[in-house]
Design a protein around this ligand. Sequence first.
Ligand SMILES: *Cc1c(COP(=O)(O)O)cnc(C)c1O
Length: 390
Amino acid sequence: MPINYIQEELERLKREGLYRKLRRVEGEQGPTLILDGREVLNLSSNNYLGLANHPALREAAKEAMDRYGCGSGASRLISGNMTLHLELEEKVAALKGTEAALVFNSGYQANIGIISLLAGEGDLILSDALNHASIIDGCRLSRAKIAVYPHCDLEQIEAGLKKAPAKTRKLIVTETLFSMDGDEAPLVEIVDLAERYGAMVMVDEAHATGVTGPNGAGVVAKLGLVDRVLVQMGTLGKALGAFGAYVAGSRELRELLINRCRSFIFTTSLPPAVLAMAIAAIDLSVKEPQRRLALWHNCRALREGLKSLGFSLGQSQSQILPLIIGDAEKCMDFSERLLGKGVFAQGIRPPTVPPGTSRLRITVMATHTHEHLHHALKAFEEVKNENCKM
Ligand SMILES: *Cc1c(COP(=O)(O)O)cnc(C)c1O
């Protein structure tokens, strides 16, 4: 009997170098952190614009609490649809240039609900091999046939579309800015293929929202594809420094989601303070484009610095710099050594990334200073030299 399952599974994880532990952050989310009691440089956050502890977001949250209280008390379709939900949705639609938007409690919930609504038994989903776990889980939940194509491989997407009977409902789903590699999907070509073969396109802008495109609207807006992409989703918890997620698209899409999307319907809606901070974050991100400029400046500086130390950073074009180590244990060792020098760059292992591609996922923030980046590069150089000597 598998009665020792929990213990055995934990032992297996430790044996294979895949055991994970929670770290404790005291105080605020800034460019530096108090991590497990020590101040370290933070190269492991998705708080790219540094908004998570911004005074404007704090004030907005406090005001909303004073005016509307704390909890929302129910799901959106019962009595939990408050003024701020609708206000935030208008903000998102305006930012993204779509007819409508709908707020979800998290990006994870948005992805599992939307994908499993758009595709069902007998349908076909084409999904990038490096898509986020929430997309993978949405595909699984749908019961559709899932064709995972090699990362950004247009030929394989076309082959998959061609093979499917004309009447089959088809959905292509991809991240726009990939979360673990920092590269962008060939979205223009994907949309062309989708139109040629009659497929729906859904994109996940989790890491592009607030970061790229006009006013931080994302890759779809940057490429002028707003009217050709059926579903855009993104999170409010990363660059925007708040919490929750959005879907942007047509009014009909919003209507269908409200009526049928289980992860939207069967959950208590976001509370006022969270909605207010998301609204404030979008306002700030639009009003202060210099945050994005600072982010891009820092990206370039750290990327060039790491490259000149001889590190290879894959195809990254963004604030996400993957320093591929390969072996999971070596990767975690590298990360620990950096931490010893006061630099927190989280090692990422399977199943988050494919086996053999364990990496340090280094992320840059708009609020990193020149001194921060200098400190980081020095630490990377030292650890590299230690490893060479071993
Ligand atoms: C973080 C992330 C999500 C989930 O968003 P949350 O709001 O954090 O639940 C979805 N997709 C991608 C690509 C992500 O990186």
